[in-house]
Structures are given as structure tokens and as C-alpha cells.
Design a protein around this ligand. Structure first.
Ligand code: ATP
Length: 309
């Protein structure tokens, strides 16, 4: 009985506590990292049943990722384990407050082996929303095909497709990224780009032009994230800015976009007016930037309601 389905890669993240070159770091606390599982965890904390699909390596790291996400109340029952590859890992290196390097060990990972045949249509069809990011199709050819198959299943079953482009230029060329992100956007009902991503995808500069171009002549909902300024909503009927919440201090900006997506999807599931969903999404984004970690700061429903007051 899931309400939302998402798929993507979650890696094991090794991020040392001290600010130092990895040449000299000797201890690496272990966490998880993945945009789609962040959204699923965010939705779970808001009281929804989210299903997250991925392929994980047989063995300790795969088990760790699987159990961690399941422990957050996400339905992981459709996940698959493979002996053919390892679970992806990454290392973060903080050299100064402004200077962070990320080293990915994900090429050929278990998640990159996802295939269209791995998708369980009956399982997916329970959901009202399909959440997609532009990361999954960048992992491999078969991951791209899996995303396209997920779109086909969603269309067939009347699911709403919510797409966060999540541009990652480390994973593919700008040319391919632009082509595929636009292809997925064309199928999506709701598109949630950051302003820079929207500019990258459309080649336009002004926010209204970016949004209009993403509509591609269809009746889509475009919500452009603009950091501390909140968000810009663009539909056939209205074009309006929805102000963000003031934040005393940005502790860690990462993960705001995933929290924002969880807020929007929650609104769709509750059939709320868009303005209300965006207001909540802005609140969640603001709460995430005020706390450490990508997903640790994702709020529970009660906390968001309190924050919004
Ligand atoms: P991410 O860093 O997760 O990729 P993003 O680039 O997708 O984020 P942002 O625009 O940075 O998206 O943030 C998403 C949302 O979070 C914003 O639309 C806004 O609602 C909220 N937000 C982000 N930063 C701030 C801030 N400094 N103050 C208030 N709200 C913020």
C-alpha cells in the first residue's frame, strides 16, 4: 500500500568530522546518501507510505543502506540485491568551510545495473505519484531505460509524475544531460528545477521564460526553486512567487531541494491547493538548511506545522 514510488541510487557516504585532506584523515564515519531516498524519507516523516526501489550489492554495505532506509519507515520491499556489482560509495573531503571535494566510487555499481525488467508494475501501480530525478537516468544506459519504463507504467496507471532534474554534470556530458532531462520533463506533470537547472535545460534566462519553455505547450505545473527567496509557480492559470521562510543561519544547504520535493508530493497526495503545498515545501527546505546532513534535518509533520506558525 504505497502512495509514492521512487527509484534511484543510495550510496554509503564516508564523511570525516575534521576539516582535512583525506591524505591524512584516518577515521570515516559512515552514513547514507541519495536524493531519491531522501525524498522517500521526507515523505515517510510527513506520514506517507513511500516505496523506494534500487539495486544493492549483496553484502554489508547493501544491507546497511537497505536497513537504514527501511528503518526510516520507507517501503523497501521491491529492492533487489545483486552479486554482480558492489554498492556505490563516496568520500567527502572538507578542506575549508567553502572548499568541499566529493570522490565517487559508483561507476558500474549495483544500482547502475537497474533494468526495466526489474520494475514491478503491480507494486508501482498502487502509488498515485511517481517521483523521478535526473540522477537515475545518468547512471547507465539500462538505468535510463528503467526510468523510461517507469514513466510508461506511470502513464498507463494514471500516476502523477513529479520530476526534479537534479543536474549532475559529473555523471554525463552537458549535451546528453540536456537532451535526456528535457525528454523526461516532457512526460512529467510537475517539474521542480532550481533556477540554474531550468536555465541549463531551456537556454532561457528570465524565470518566466524558463518556466514557459518547460511547459512545452502542455498543461504542466512548473515550480522553480530559488533558495532563500522561496519558489516561483508557473501554470496555465497563474504565475506567482511564493515567498520562503526566513532562516537565521544556513548550516548546511544540501538536501533542501529533496525536502522541498517531499513537501510538494505530500500536498499532491493530500489534494491540497498548490499554494499551500509550496508553502510547506518552502518551510521544509528552510528547516533542512538549518540542520546538518542531507536528510537528517527532514522534519516530521508536527515540526513543520509548528514551524509554519
Ligand atoms: P539542493 O541544495 O538540495 O540541491 P536546490 O538547489 O534543489 O537544493 P534550493 O533553491 O537551494 O534548491 O532550495 C530548495 C528550497 O529550500 C527553496 O526553494 C526554499 O524553499 C528552501 N530554501 C533553500 N535555501 C533557503 C534559505 N537560505 N532560506 C530559506 N529557504 C531556503
Amino acid at each position: 500500500d504505497i502512495e509514492v514510488f521512487t527509484l534511484g541510487e543510495t550510496m554509503v557516504v564516508f564523511q570525516p568530522e575534521q576539516m582535512q585532506s583525506l591524505e591524512y584523515v584516518q577515521q570515516f564515519p559512515k552514513r547514507i546518501g541519495g536524493a531519491e531516498s531522501n525524498v522517500a524519507i521526507g515523505l515517510s516523516r510527513l506520514g506517507h507510505r513511500a516505496g523506494w526501489f534500487s539495486k544493492l550489492g549483496e553484502g554489508s554495505f547493501g544491507q546497511y543502506v537497505y536497513k537504514y532506509i527501511r528503518g526510516e519507515g520507507v517501503d523497501t520491499s521491491s529492492c533487489l540485491f545483486t552479486e554482480q556489482a558492489l554498492t556505490g560509495v563516496l568520500f567527502k573531503e572538507q578542506l575549508s568551510p567553502e572548499d568541499m571535494n566529493v570522490y565517487y566510487y559508483r561507476k558500474g555499481s549495483a544500482a547502475s545495473l537497474m533494468e526495466p525488467e526489474d520494475l514491478d508494475e503491480a507494486y508501482m501501480a498502487q502509488a498515485k505519484v511517481l517521483h523521478l530525478t535526473g540522477i537515475t537516468p545518468a547512471l547507465s544506459k539500462s538505468c535510463y531505460k528503467t526510468v523510461m519504463k517507469a514513466i510508461e507504467i506511470a502513464k498507463k496507471n494514471g500516476m502523477t509524475i513529479v520530476f526534479d532534474p537534479n543536474l549532475r554534470l559529473k555523471l554525463w556530458s552537458a549535451e546528453t544531460a540536456k537532451k535526456v532531462l528535457n525528454e523526461i520533463a516532457l512526460h512529467a506533470d510537475v517539474i521542480l528545477p532550481g533556477l540554474d537547472e531550468g536555465r541549463f535545460m531551456t537556454g532561457k534566462t528570465e524565470i518566466e521564460d524558463v518556466a514557459e519553455s518547460l511547459m512545452a505547450g502542455y498543461d504542466k505545473t512548473i515550480i522553480i526553486k530559488i533558495g532563500s527567496k522561496g519558489a516561483y509557480l508557473h501554470t496555465k492559470e497563474e504565475k506567482v512567487y511564493i515567498e520562503g521562510f526566513p532562516v537565521q543561519q544556513v548550516v548546511d544547504p544540501v538536501g533542501a531541494g529533496d525536502g522541498f520535493a517531499a513537501g510538494i508530493i505530500s500536498g499532491i497526495l493530500k489534494q491540497e491547493p498548490l499554494h499551500q503545498a509550496i508553502k510547506r515545501a518552502n518551510a521544509i527546505g528552510a528547516m533542512v538548511v538549518m540542520s546538518h546532513g542531507d536528510f537528517e534535518g527532514l522534519p516530521y509533520l508536527k515540526a513543520v506545522e509548528q514551524f509554519m506558525k
